[in-house]
Ligand binder design. Structure first.
Ligand SMILES: Nc1ncnc2c1ncn2[C@@H]1O[C@H](COP(=O)(O)OP(=O)(O)OP(=O)(O)O)[C@@H](O)[C@H]1O
Ligand SMILES: [Mg+2]
Length: 259
């Protein structure tokens, strides 16, 4: 599992994560909600070992991400998709997906390509394998980004606002795919998801648990139904205020999500 224990992260004088603890067990789909600037992306970057911690500890299946050797191993267990499509522009869609499994995992090209083709087909991009990122729409690019992460066959999938740069139609497209993934995973011990999003309605449908970050503090960590209960998460004024600002533009009416 991913275990975040009492993590403190400062940027200069600003404490961005203030004693955050969070555990994500296999099979869980955990959503992190919180206002802009509350520390969500920083937390994801800390789990990836992209930031040095000022306190506390993070382990992925027992591997301490503060230790470079253990971090290298931990990075094989998790894959991250960020808000902005960071595909390699000079490589085809197929190559973007196959590069890491081939180079990092040293798997044979033919095998990796067959898997990549299947992954692309599963997100409706069978015909785009030979296209370049610039020839794709934003939603298509983000779907390639998800395939690229899944091609590493990660135990943990971290997603940081993967739809926030997309228009509503493309958002629906990408969320439908994530919903399918989450549904497939629930309970079967497959890829576990830690998900940062502003799509509250979507989070409500796919998450097993929701946590709320407020100014660097994790103030609530509850099973999804409890989070939205009047005497659960909604009993917190900050969460009530946050949710009232979200609705209804962040509900995705068009996304058909099968869980
Ligand atoms: N590299 C950095 N240097 C200095 N300050 C930073 C850095 N990265 C983040 N911060 C600050 O840390 C705070 C938390 O940022 P973070 O990106 O984690 O927020 P967030 O919850 O992801 O917000 P959003 O919803 O807007 O993406 C912000 O005040 C931000 O300005
Ligand atoms: Mg962010």
């Amino acid at each position: 599992m991913i275990a975040v224990e009492g993590v403190v992260k400062r940027f200069g004088a600003q404490t961005v994560l203030d004693g955050v603890s969070l555990a994500v067990a296999p099979g869980e789909v955990v959503t992190i909600l919180g206002s802009s600037g509350s520390g969500k992306s920083t937390l994801i970057r800390c789990i990836n070992g992209l930031e040095r911690l000022d306190g506390g500890r993070i382990t992925v299946d027992g591997l301490d991400v503060a230790d470079p050797r253990q971090l290298a191993q931990a990075r094989r267990l998790s894959a991250t998709v960020f808000q902005l499509f960071n595909l390699y522009p000079h490589m085809t869609v197929l190559r973007n997906v196959t590069l890491a499994p081939e180079v990092v995992l040293k798997r044979p090209r033919a095998e990796v390509e067959a898997e990549a083709q299947a992954l692309l087909a599963s997100v409706g991009l069978a015909g785009k394998a030979d296209a370049y990122p610039a020839q794709l729409s934003g939603g298509q690019r983000q779907r390639v980004g998800i395939c690229r992460a899944l091609a590493m066959n990660p135990r943990y999938l971290l997603l940081d606002e993967v739809t926030s740069a997309l228009d509503p139609e493309m958002t629906a497209e990408v969320l439908a795919i994530l919903g399918r993934l989450a549904g497939r995973q629930m309970g079967d011990g497959g890829t576990t998801m830690l998900f940062v999003t502003h799509e509250v309605e979507f989070a409500r449908r796919i998450s097993t648990r929701i946590v709320f970050l407020d100014q660097g503090r994790l103030i609530v960590d509850l099973p999804t139904a409890r989070f939205f209960a009047d005497d659960g998460g909604l009993a917190h004024p900050r969460i009530r205020q946050f949710l009232s600002k979200m609705a209804p533009s962040n509900t995705v009416a068009g996304a058909e999500v099968t869980v």
